[in-house]
Design a protein around this ligand. Sequence first.
Ligand SMILES: [Cu+2]
Length: 197
Amino acid sequence: MALAIGIVGLVLGASASQLSSLAVSVTPSDKAIRVEWTTAFEATQDRFEPQYITVAQGDNLTIILITNDTIDAHTFTIGLALRGLPGSAQFVLNNSANGLTSGPFLTPMEVFTAGPGQSCSDRNGNTYACNTKQYGVFSGTNGFGNTVSGAPGYNITSTGWLGQVTVPGVYKFFCFYHQKGGMFGYLVVLPNKGYTP
Ligand SMILES: [Cu+2]
């Protein structure tokens, strides 16, 4: 664990050229990454658990966002430069069930074209009103499909395909609503000699 924390500290301070010295050589793989909402022990502010995620260039990522918060909405938002897409392109898992409103969807959310209510259903398959949105720029196999299942009490799980990360770097992910309160983290894509474009 100490070694892992040391590597994270090293990576977060690394320039692009320094990052190349941390190259790994592994076969890219499919990875499902679970990220949960939690609260800081002392500050009692919203946080992501884990705060740091490390993967290898070429990995194919699926993100699972779990928010067992009965009074507030949360998102997992990250720019798609890690896929070599324009900086304005974002991936968002939006755990905002009906009744959980933390504010209007402003500029960052406008890249999503699917309307409220998209893909929301409870564990019995019944649809309900929600603000889950789906990335609309891409379609078919390049689309980002979000599905949400909400149990009573708004224990929400949202799963979305982030895709194959091809560009090494350190990428910030954040909650649209609570970034200023510290609900953010970093996804590190290590250079990988085992990855061939
Ligand atoms: Cu949040």
